[in-house]
Design a protein around this ligand. Structure first.
Ligand code: SAJ
Length: 411
């Protein structure tokens, strides 16, 4: 069979490559000509362990090819971004554009899977856009029109472990019809060794959003505890460690805020779908989003009274041991600190990058330094990411310095 994968980003490309590694003929489609060229050379435009091996192998083997526009195929997987507009209104324009690009290639009998993380109802909308462009087709064969099968199958892979989790994770497949769900299951079974669970499309859409909201709400609980503990003058890390000895308690870890492009975003799709009732989910978002400001206040307090304070800021990534700076609370905190404390010198330590992000390069009191020298020179050391590299710092090295440890790294 042949599959067209529309959107060759963090999810589309790994999915295309793994299908191609199973001898499925895959055409990857992307609007970015540089992405298309890179893949056809066998290169990968971003870092993900093992992905380059899969892509290079499939391109050489002739099972994976990239193009700018969709071609006819038995199945299409749509994996395009679903960002937010102002006011937390989800922006489905990329899904609409993909639907309209695929529609002319259909002749009936095709399977269309939406993989993008989507608000409830998006899969139905995608089908509506396709059928608006192709009124000669249908979802149910009514009036003798050929059928297309439309399903939602959200991805749940963890960045850094994508090639493993694509194979081992269980998957949820929601069809607009039971047939669509079954056909989608058959396609994922080509590479997925986990359980493949069938449901309707809206439940599948919500399942993905709910998983990330669950994590967000639980991190918000931990972040709230960190604020309360500060006020009470107790150690939140010890508090959580002790409480977690209870057989039915498992509190997550506080931090400088929640980053990444999933957990800090997906809950808003639920809030947007039912603003009146999604009160806890909204509050959790607000608690986590307010955490960077609280860290800034802590650091401001720590440098108060020091004439020309030197601050070592450890970490810029959105979580430990990755190079991904997108939606990173650490990045926001560092930029704000340098801006607000113009009399201070801020040295950033981020072992996973070799130059500062563009908005930071021309900030005069901000520079990138090594762990050793940044701590040596610092009056205040702020831990923003729990990178493994930072764990080797000794107690001696920190003597006489004020430490603001948002990750409980040096407990
Ligand atoms: N974080 C904390 N405390 C914790 C755990 C995490 O502050 O106890 C912070 C991290 O530092 C980071 C943010 O939360 O800033 C998110 O990190 P993460 O490791 O929890 O998640 P992501 O964004 O890398 O990936 C999540 C995963 N979802 C769940 O675990 C429910 C992944 O399985 C999803 O596929 C991914 O979102 C996605 O694409 O939706």
């Amino acid at each position: 069979s042949t599959v067209g994968v529309v959107g060759l980003g963090y999810i589309g490309l790994p999915t295309a490559a793994i299908l191609a590694s199973k001898d499925v003929k895959v055409t990857g489609v992307d609007v970015n000509p540089l992405t298309v060229e890179a893949i056809n050379r066998g290169d990968v435009p971003f870092v993900e362990p093992d992905l380059a091996t899969y892509v290079g192998g499939a391109v050489q083997h002739g099972t994976l090819r990239a193009t700018a526009t969709p071609e006819p195929a038995d199945a299409f997987i749509i994996a395009v971004p679903t960002p937010f507009q102002d006011g937390y209104e989800p922006d489905l324009s990329y899904i609409q554009a993909a639907a309209e690009a695929v529609a002319p290639q259909l002749s009936g009998g095709e399977l269309l899977i939406l993989e993008s993380t989507s608000p409830p109802g998006a899969t139905q909308k995608m089908a509506d856009w396709i059928l608006a462009a192709r009124p000669d087709l249908s979802l149910d064969g009514s009036e003798g029109r050929p059928v297309i099968h439309v399903a939602h199958c959200p991805e749940r892979v963890l960045p850094g472990r994508v090639m493993i989790e694509l194979v081992t994770n269980d998957r949820i497949v929601g069809g607009l019809t039971p047939d669509a769900a079954q056909y989608a299951k058959d396609l994922y079974a080509v590479f997925c060794q986990g359980e493949i669970l069938l449901t309707d499309a809206v439940t599948a859409e919500m399942a993905k959003l709910v998983e990330n909201s669950f994590r967000d709400v639980n991190i918000a609980f931990a972040n709230e505890l960190s604020l309360i503990s500060d006020k009470l003058g107790i150690d939140v890390w010890e508090l959580i460690r002790l409480a977690n000895h209870h057989p039915r308690v498992n509190i997550l870890q506080p931090g400088p805020g929640v980053g990444g492009h999933c957990i800090a975003v997906d809950p808003w799709f639920i809030v947007n779908a039912d603003p009146e009732q999604a009160r806890l989910i909204r509050t959790a978002r607000e608690v986590n989003d307010s955490k960077p400001q609280r860290v800034i206040e802590q650091v401001e307090k720590a440098v108060d009274g020091i004439e020309a304070p030197k601050i070592a800021a450890l970490g810029l990534a959105f979580k430990a041991d990755i190079d991904d700076l997108r939606e990173s609370p650490a990045r926001r905190i560092v930029a704000d600190l340098a801006n607000r404390l113009s009399h201070a010198e801020v040295v950033v330590v981020e072992p996973h990058i070799d130059k500062l992000p563009s908005e930071m390069v021309s900030v005069p009191n901000l520079s990138l330094g090594s762990l050793e020298s940044a701590i040596d020179a610092a009056d205040v050391v702020v831990v923003l990411v729990d990178h493994s590299d930072f764990k080797k710092v000794t107690f001696n090295h920190l003597k006489g310095k004020v430490v603001v440890d948002t990750k409980g790294l040096w407990q």
